[in-house]
Design a protein around this ligand. Structure first.
Ligand code: KG4
Length: 341
């Protein structure tokens, strides 16, 4: 019997330090995440503070992931790390740690594109019987920095069919939430408020652009104007309409996302749709994609909320596929702040 594969994943692209271990078939053995509360009071992630917190967290987080997986460091087959995109200082912590560990253990490294990780999060298995998407499938990748429609032909063959030409869906959630006076990041607050509001109370602008591309900047402006006009006649306009504003905003974002998704599904004829990235945690997006797929008798892959935000389980999983291809990372590999899928 051949030795089991053990891949350690390390994720440090933004403000979560995470380490995970997967074994054969991307079966998850551990996934440890240390989030950084330090940014809350600044209304956004402060890159320097994020790097410092990663430095403090990385050793205990990796240690806990190895222990929870019930293995020793010497059992590792490879170390997968997020090389980019993300905050450079944050990425440097994970990359340098991976290099040091790899040299010390004489164990190969695999570099992972963070966005590939989000797309491949659906291959993380908690149980050998877990369903995974059939190729080809479409992944709606929606986060704070990206909104993309990705055609996934294999773990190594992905094509971006559409992307945002301005803001990402997460930015639209966060910026509109900010003007309503909600804390950062606003997306989850909008989600919570939307559950109690009327999604048809307010109408906001929708983009008119061709193809599969997205745009959210017009919606943002239209949301701002609605608040400005409402406040002219009623100083309590926001407080009095909080839930309805949130519900109407969420419904508009969901409609915009689903419109292009529907076109891409029709054009490609795929039989499965997956969602990934932070905004995939949104209740409206999850429900709409599930309904969309059910109405067309295609498979929907809605990830556990834990795997929508940044986590090392997806990095270890993406790394597992690269490991199978023996696609290792040289020590000369440096992190990159920007790149698409
Ligand atoms: O993928 P992610 O963790 O990292 C970035 O790309 O930054 O996504 C973060 C984004 C933020 O914009 C956040 O507001 C949004 O995901 N988000 C949500 C929800 N949970 C997180 N947006 C709407 N509803 C949610 N429940």
């Amino acid at each position: 019997m051949s030795k089991p594969v053990y891949i350690l994943g390390i994720e440090s692209s933004c403000d979560d330090t995470s380490a995970a271990v997967v074994t054969d078939e991307a079966l998850l053995l551990s996934n440890v995440i240390a989030s950084q509360a330090v940014h809350e009071e600044y209304g956004g992630v402060v890159p320097e503070l994020a790097s410092r917190a990663h430095q403090q967290n990385i050793v205990p987080v990796v240690d806990a992931a190895i222990k929870r997986a019930g293995i020793n460091l010497s059992d590792l087959s490879a170390i997968a790390y997020t090389r980019g995109p993300g905050l450079l200082g944050s990425l440097l912590v994970g990359t340098s740690f991976a290099k040091g560990l790899s040299l010390g253990l004489r164990c190969p490294m695999v570099d992972v594109n963070h966005l590939h990780g989000h797309v491949l999060a659906h291959f993380i298995r908690r149980d050998a019987a877990d369903r995974v998407p059939p190729f080809p499938y479409i992944c709606l990748l929606v986060s704070g920095g990206n909104s993309q429609i990705v055609l996934v032909r294999s773990p190594r063959d992905m094509e971006i069919l559409g992307r945002t030409i301005d803001d990402a869906a997460g930015e639209a959630f966060d910026k509109c939430a900010k003007v309503m006076g909600l804390p950062y990041p606003g997306g989850p607050h909008i989600d919570r408020l939307a559950a109690e509001g009327d999604p048809k109370k307010f109408r906001f602008a929708r983009p008119r652009i061709d193809g599969f591309d997205y745009s959210f900047s017009g919606l943002k402006t239209s949301f701002l104007y609605t608040l400005r006009d409402g406040l002219k006649t009623d100083p309590d306009f926001i407080t009095a309409n909080k839930a309805d504003l949130a519900a109407s905003l969420q419904a508009t974002i969901v409609d915009i996302l689903l419109d292009k998704l529907a076109r891409a599904v029709k054009a490609t004829g795929v039989k499965a749709v997956a969602i990934g990235g932070g905004v995939a945690a949104n209740s409206g997006v999850r429900e709409a994609v599930a309904d969309f797929c059910a109405a067309r008798s295609i498979e929907a892959f809605i990830p556990e909320r834990l795997f929508t935000t940044d986590n090392a389980a997806m990095v270890a999983t993406a790394g597992y596929f690269k490991y199978l291809d023996r696609d290792f990372s040289p020590y000369s590999a440096t992190p990159y702040a920007r790149v698409s899928v």
